[in-house]
Design a protein around this ligand. Structure first.
Ligand SMILES: [Zn+2]
Length: 873
């Protein structure tokens, strides 16, 4: 599954309140024969299931998972006799017990079940959606524990089986499932019956079915037919995705050295979809904005996102689908791997996008989550559906990916790939654990991977490696110490005996022409020697480390001076994160961070500046007080103006994608964070042009332009944006208008946005994004918070029954003790299932921000006093 962390934030998937309960190990499924007859009009379906099982020991009871299933007839055949089964539901465990009078012998048995289910509107199980024209469709979303809503099943990842799926659908409706169509015959009545080929052995959460009005574009790669499906009328927007998928399939065939293991590949864009995308075997489903794009007008940003969502889900076809984690406590094996892998094919396909640098930047973002006391280890026990769902977080995705990247860099690309290949071959069409993965890597590489990995996977948090440098004669001694890093200063300074085995690479200021020295730090304190006399030594020279580096203050200043000339872009991004980490715990004054930013004034690397602008945005938003705001903004304008001048305000024909993306970043920072009058005037010009003729602007600048224009705009502009929402040409255009709605400053308009969010005009997966958008807008913070509390019962229902966890997470934007107390009070009285850790993290983030502000505000004011008006170098 793919979570969306950027603008289109992920809605936490639906979570059930059911209690912990695992199926008893009495029987295993071999084959499911399933026929679904959905009735889109009445939102119901009929099911006919023939389930072949292997009984492991004699029993008179078979337990299956089932939820919201209405059983008609159930029989079990074994040893030539067929018995009627008594059906005893165990609702609280989402299970059903099928009992027979005469015990079943060990060996094969066949369960036949006829039943009815509901096409729900919760975007889980088998559910009903609607396209822009109001036409209904039915689709499935099973991960993690919702296959049981579509058919009684052994709904745990370890129970793999083959599937023969058929569907009886209204004439004219397209039907898509995991495998190719083997027959499509008219009847019964005015319907048609479609039978799909038998699937490979797979887990129940990977089965899929879509029925509705869809068109497709078709291509192929390595002999595998690939289709991109869109709701009728939109298929042309699937061109980019098709190209990406074709490239990726060939790439993965080579990388994994195992050919794509299924008969075909479909990519299906769905208007109503709770997650970002889902890797169902051979039938990947997407939220449509993450698949369909107008190639000419579409932004580079969205193209990058679409490409990486596709490569992520396609990586799962091997990592997740072919080899599956034994239980959800190792879901990181799926998600961390796919997140790590997603950049590789895109880097090969579009090297000009510099995705490798975004990986470095993302590592910094993940370290921020892992610097909270309320983080969790990568490997985490989970039993209930709610606990399982909470594991799909930044740790399973981002941290696991970053740790794999560090491991790959330590072993070498080819050795790591050979280990992956050995692991996949050992466990294909079956299941595996974390230990299986690192044992395969240890065997292939003959390096202590099985010692290194548990220190990252089993314990929570991340280390900071403190670097102390001393030059004597013609060599430099580098003393390293490791300790767990916390944003919370008291915790950071308290003794802590956690130790990691850290693969790291060192490079000194005098080692210009030599490769970094790579070592494994296994103790609390260790010293290494580098040739030459260096004033500073980089502690994460490859940028591949999942740790922070703590430099001595004089080294920070020397590094800042040399950053532009001596460091690679990846090293500059790592250094930015490291200096910021030192500011956060009070080792460095915030002025050193701003001085570092000034040192990068001639940097034109999109990824480096993007990273830096993130930090400067945070400072502007949280640490600058009202008295200093104007001065900070002036300083920011002076800092960014030269880069903007170089890049130019207007897009140039044929310019590189990175330049387009950099222009958009600078434009947003100048307009939004710095309130630069020129950028604000430009923004209004672009937005007005887009409103008059949406096809006249490219989407690169338009999204930001609308948000900036909204800052000073009134009801007229608001109404035009609303009107734009009614008839967009592409999903991207729709969201361009949509995400403008929370950005106004006028409270009356923000109130309209909040009311609109809970109206029927907003898709349920999008509703909370408007509310949390207003919450993140300083002009709307109190308004949104009051609204949330007043309308809690409605919001709890929006976006699926448990998407409200997203609201809990969004309160972390507060930086104020009064609001923190209100959050505590409110969520103590209104407990949100599956958001326990999220709640603790939000409170911790607010506290961290309040403390940082108290500590750095005066220092920031005095730094601005000295440097603000002078600006520049
Ligand atoms: Zn995934």
């Amino acid at each position: 599954m793919k979570r969306i962390f950027a603008v289109m934030t992920f809605l936490v998937l639906t979570i059930s309140l059911a209690e912990a309960q695992r199926l008893p190990e009495i029987a295993r499924p071999e084959n499911y024969k399933l026929t679904f007859t959905p009735d889109l009009g009445s939102a119901k379906f009929e099911g006919d299931e023939t389930l072949t099982i292997r009984v492991l020991k004699p029993t008179s009871e078979i337990t299956l998972n089932a939820a919201d299933i209405d059983f008609h007839d159930v029989t079990i055949a074994s040893g030539g006799a067929t018995q009627k089964a008594k059906v005893t539901p165990q609702k609280e465990h989402e299970m059903v017990v099928l009992g027979v009078a005469k015990p079943l012998a060990a060996g094969l048995a066949t369960i036949h079940i006829t039943y009815a289910g509901i096409l729900n509107n919760e975007m889980r199980g088998f559910y009903l959606g609607k396209d822009d024209q109001g036409r209904k469709y039915a689709a499935t979303q099973f991960e993690a524990t919702d296959a049981r809503r579509a058919f009684p099943s052994f709904d745990e990842p370890d129970y793999k089986a083959t599937f023969d799926i058929s569907v009886v659908a209204d004439k004219g409706l397209a039907t898509i499932s995991n495998e190719k169509v083997v027959s499509d015959t008219p009847g019964p009545g005015d319907k048609h019956t479609v039978r799909f080929a038998t699937t490979a052995k797979m887990s129940s959460y990977l089965a899929a079915l879509v029925v509705g009005n869809f068109d497709y574009l078709e291509g192929q790669a390595d002999g595998i037919p690939i289709r991109v499906y869109a709701t009728t009328g939109k298929k042309e927007m699937g061109k980019f995705a098709l190209e990406a998928a074709e490239y990726t399939l060939t790439y993965y065939d080579k990388y994994f050295a195992i050919k794509y293991p299924y008969g075909k590949l479909d990519l299906v864009g769905l208007p109503d979809f709770s997650a970002g995308a889902m890797e169902n075997t051979g039938c990947i489903t997407f939220r449509d904005v993450l698949l369909l794009i107008d190639e000419k007008q579409g932004s580079v940003d969205l193209k990058k996102t679409i490409a990486t969502v596709i490569t992520h889900e396609m990586a799962h076809q091997w990592f997740g689908d072919l080899v599956t984690m034994k239980w959800w406590d190792d879901v990181w094996l799926n998600e961390g791997f796919a997140t790590w892998m997603e950049s590789k094919p895109v880097e090969a396909w579009k090297p000009e996008w510099n995705l490798n640098l975004d990986d470095v930047s993302n590592t910094g973002g993940t370290l921020n989550v892992d610097s909270l006391a309320n983080t969790r280890p990568i490997h985490q026990a989970a039993d209930t559906p709610a606990q399982i769902q909470e594991l799909f977080d930044g740790i399973a995705y981002g941290k696991a990916a970053a740790v794999l990247r560090m491991l790959e860099s330590y072993l070498g690309e080819e050795t790591f790939r050979a280990g992956v290949n050995a692991y996949l071959n050992q466990h294909k069409y079956a299941n595996a654990t974390a230990e299986d993965f690192w044992d395969a890597q240890a065997n292939t590489s003959k390096k202590p991977v099985d010692k290194i990995m548990p220190t990252w996977v089993q314990q929570a948090g991340a280390p900071i490696v403190n670097v102390k440098v001393q030059c004597s004669g013609n060599s430099t001694s580098v003393a390293l110490t490791q300790q767990r890093y916390y944003f919370d200063r008291a915790k950071f300074e308290a003794p802590n005996d956690q130790i990691w085995q850290i693969p790291l690479c060192l490079k000194g200021s005098s080692n210009d022409n030599s490769a970094p020295k790579c070592e494994l730090l296994t103790k609390k304190e260790e010293s290494f020697t580098l040739p030459g006399c260096s004033t500073w030594v980089l502690g994460n020279a490859g940028g591949a480390g999942y740790y922070r580096v703590g430099y001595q203050p004089e080294a920070v200043r020397a590094l800042a001076k040399d950053a532009e000339t001596k460091l690679t872009p990846a090293q500059r991004i790592s250094l930015e994160n490291d200096i910021w980490g030192s500011v956060r715990v009070g080792r460095e004054p915030v002025g050193d961070y701003l001085a570092f930013a000034q040192g990068l004034q001639s940097d034109r690397n999109r990824a480096v500046l993007e990273d830096l602008l993130g930090g400067l945005g945070y400072i502007g938003r949280h640490l600058v007080n009202d008295n200093d705001r104007a001065e900070y903004r002036t300083w920011l304008i002076q800092l960014l103006a030269p880069a903007m001048k170089d890049v130019g305000w207007e897009p140039k024909p044929g310019e590189p994608d990175e330049q387009k993306a950099l222009r958009a970043r600078l434009f947003n920072a100048l307009g939004y964070d710095a309130r630069d009058p020129q950028a604000m005037a430009e923004a209004r010009k672009i937005a007005d042009k887009a409103l008059a003729d949406p096809s006249s602007v490219d989407h690169e600048l338009a999204g930001g332009a609308f948000a900036i224009a909204a800052l000073n705009a009134g009801p007229d502009f608001y109404n035009k944006v609303m009107a734009g929402l009614k008839n967009p040409k592409s999903p991207e255009e729709y969201y361009m208008y949509f995400f403008t709605l929370p950005e106004f400053s006028d409270p009356k308009l923000l109130q309209r946005t909040l009311d609109y969010a809970i109206s029927h005009d907003v898709r349920s997966q999008d509703a909370l994004q408007l509310v949390t958008g207003v919450l993140a807008n300083p002009a709307g913070q109190q308004l949104a918070w009051d609204f949330i509390r007043q309308h809690w019962s409605e919001l709890e229902k929006a976006g699926g029954p448990f998407a409200s966890a997203q609201v809990v997470g969004a309160t972390s934007v507060f930086c104020d003790p009064g609001l923190r107390d209100q959050v505590t009070e409110f969520f103590s009285a209104h407990k949100v299932a599956g958001a326990e850790r999220t709640y603790k993290q939000s409170i911790e983030r607010i506290n961290n921000c309040v403390n940082l502000k108290t500590q750095q505000e005066p220092q920031l004011a005095s730094w601005l006093g000295q440097h603000g008006n002078a600006g520049g170098q």
